[in-house]
Design a protein around this ligand. Structure first.
Ligand code: RAR
Length: 161
C-alpha cells in the first residue's frame, strides 16, 4: 500500500526551512510507530532537513533529480515518480510518502491511505501541504492527541481511506 503521512497546522503549514515548524514529540512517536519496518519515501530537502541520516528500522528512499546525489549507505536514491511506483509495486512493505510539499503533490493521487496529524495552533513557516481532491477521501478515524508539557497544542491523528 502507498500511504501519505504528514503533520500540518490548521492553515496547511507543514515546514520551515526544510524542518518541522513545531516541537511535537508525540507526532514523531506516531510517525515512528506507523513506519516501523516499512519504507519511507522523502524528497531530498526533507531528507537533508532531518540531517541526511536514515531513521533506524525502516528503509529510506530519497527522491532527487540529481543523478550524482550521494546518500549514506543503506539509503536508496530514486530519480522520478515512476521509479518509486515500480519499487512500491514490487516491495512487500507499505510505502510511506513522508514529505515534503512537492513530493506530497506528486504522490497523493496514487495513495491508498492518508495519515494526517492536524495541529490546532498557529506557526510560521514556508511550506504548505498541496491542494488535494478531498472528495476522494473519507475520514475513517480521528483520535485526539494527548496534551502535556512537551506536547502543548491540541492535535488529532486522522486516517483517511
Ligand atoms: N511525514 C511525517 C513526518 C516526517 C518528519 C519530518 C522531519 O523533519 C522535516 C523530521 O525531523 C524532525 C521527522 C523526524 C522523525 C524522528 N523520528 N522518527 C522515527 C525519531 C523519533 C522517534 C520518537 C525516530 C524514528 C525511528 C527510530 C528512531 C527514532 O525524529 C519526521 C513527521 N510527522 C508526520 N506525522 N509525518
Amino acid at each position: 500500500m502507498l500511504i501519505a503521512i504528514w503533520a500540518q497546522a490548521k492553515n496547511g503549514l507543514i515546514g520551515k526551512a526544510n524542518r518541522l515548524p513545531w516541537h511535537l514529540p508525540n507526532d514523531l512517536k506516531f510517525f515512528k510507530q506507523m513506519t516501523e519496518h516499512q519504507t519511507l519515501v522523502m524528497g531530498r530537502k526533507t531528507f537533508e532537513g532531518m540531517g541526511s541520516r536514515p531513521l533506524p528500522n525502516r528503509q529510506t528512499i530519497v527522491l532527487t533529480r540529481a543523478k550524482d546525489y550521494i546518500a549514506p549507505a543503506g539509503v536508496i536514491v530514486l530519480h522520478d515518480k515512476q521509479a518509486v511506483l515500480d519499487y512500491a509495486a514490487r516491495c512487500e512493505q507499505d510505502v510511506f510518502i513522508a514529505g515534503g510539499a512537492a513530493v506530497y503533490e506528486e504522490f497523493i493521487p496514487n495513495c491508498d491511505r492518508l495519515y494526517r496529524t492536524l495541529i490546532d495552533a498557529e506557526f510560521t513557516g514556508d511550506a504548505y501541504f498541496p491542494e488535494i481532491d478531498w472528495t476522494r477521501w473519507h475520514l475513517v478515524e480521528k483520535k485526539v492527541g494527548e496534551k502535556d508539557a512537551n506536547n502543548p497544542y491540541p492535535y488529532y491523528f486522522e486516517t483517511y481511506h
